[in-house]
Design a protein around this ligand. Sequence first.
Ligand code: SF4
Ligand code: SF4
Length: 170
Amino acid sequence: MTAAAADPPLPFWKAKPLERMTRTEWESLCDGCGRCCLHKLRDEDTDEVAHTNVACRLLTIETCRCSDYENRRAWVPDCVKLTPGRLKRIDWLPPTCAYRVLAEGRDLAWWHPLVSGDPETVHRAGVSVRGKAVRERDAGPFEHHIVQWPGQVPRRAATPPNTRQGSSTR
Ligand code: SF4
Ligand code: SF4
């Protein structure tokens, strides 16, 4: 008789709630999509949020990363620091954002770097802003840049590549 193999330990994002994560674990949840770093417009009358494809001035649009993350609030005072408490009040995080996903009781998708082990999958899945964002200094009026996609899940991201039927382009 052989002993049954023990189940592998759960990854930290399944094993503990957001409130109990270490700083390193919390930061590693960010998939590097850059979607939250796009400007949003809020309607004063309806309180509704419109997404734009205009990147914050500190976002490097090729890498989708903040160019001065540690000091960002010195340059962009209204950059919102995500915390478990704030997640409950923020209404503009994209549906793909790992913080929102876990706060809503969903699981990380195949393309999340923590799942895939590859930081490029967030780009290959069409989730990141790579190739879709415009620089703030080039944009002109933000009202001319209202787009829907930051609030949507790309079709490519919904299905892992090895389970797709036929070809798929977005
Ligand atoms: S939307 Fe969420 S996962 Fe994407 S860059 Fe922002 S914090 Fe990170
Ligand atoms: S300051 Fe950095 S983290 Fe904050 S919105 Fe701008 S690019 Fe994103």
